[in-house]
Ligand binder design. Sequence first.
Ligand code: ZN
Length: 230
Amino acid sequence: MSDVIMSDVWYYKILYIFSALLTRAFFCTRLNWRHNACRQYPKIISATIMQIRHDYIRHQPLTTIFGCCKSYIMEREINFMREAIELGRQGMLNNAGGPFGCVVVKDGAIIGRGWNRVTSDNDPTAHAEVTAIRDACKNLQTFQLEGCEIYTSCEPCPMCMGAIYWARPSKVYYSSGRNDAAAAGFDDSMIYEELTIPVANRKIAMHCLIPEKGNILFSEWIKKDNKTAY
Ligand SMILES: [Zn+2]
């Protein structure tokens, strides 16, 4: 958009300012429809003026309009993320576990909710993403989440990434990053590193025993007629 240079013609500037104001006000009013739009108007106008000034200095007059459109488009996703964060907060306040929440969305509706329940359920696998996936699959009566979106309050750990890949949703949104989690005492960098080094060098010893016997199971699976592949 840097090639869009604001003209020196005065009426162009005025037209631009009014159109930017109207566009932002329109989208922001719709964004804040449920949060008393009138009270938001002074904030919207002042934010718009600041944005216009910023755009004018940088000769990017269309940034405001495109920015507003983008915010409007993402508002649906942002609301789902807020729900995921709130689930994490409630779980934490109720001492269910760590500050992590997650929702699974299909066709614009939440069909699964989860929060960290590691310490309350004595379950090290009860991360928010895993509990949300279990809830969604139970509600949908399926073991795949195709066409679903996952909103999680923090970037998934390696275990949850595995669960997500097995569940096969179409998209994942996360709020905090892994470094933010590490700063709060939830450092999963060790697991990420473990996955990149040879099995023999990993911290938890792994030994292969009678593989020929274990492989018989696969032979039986391949021959099995009434199976549900996944
Ligand atoms: Zn996890």
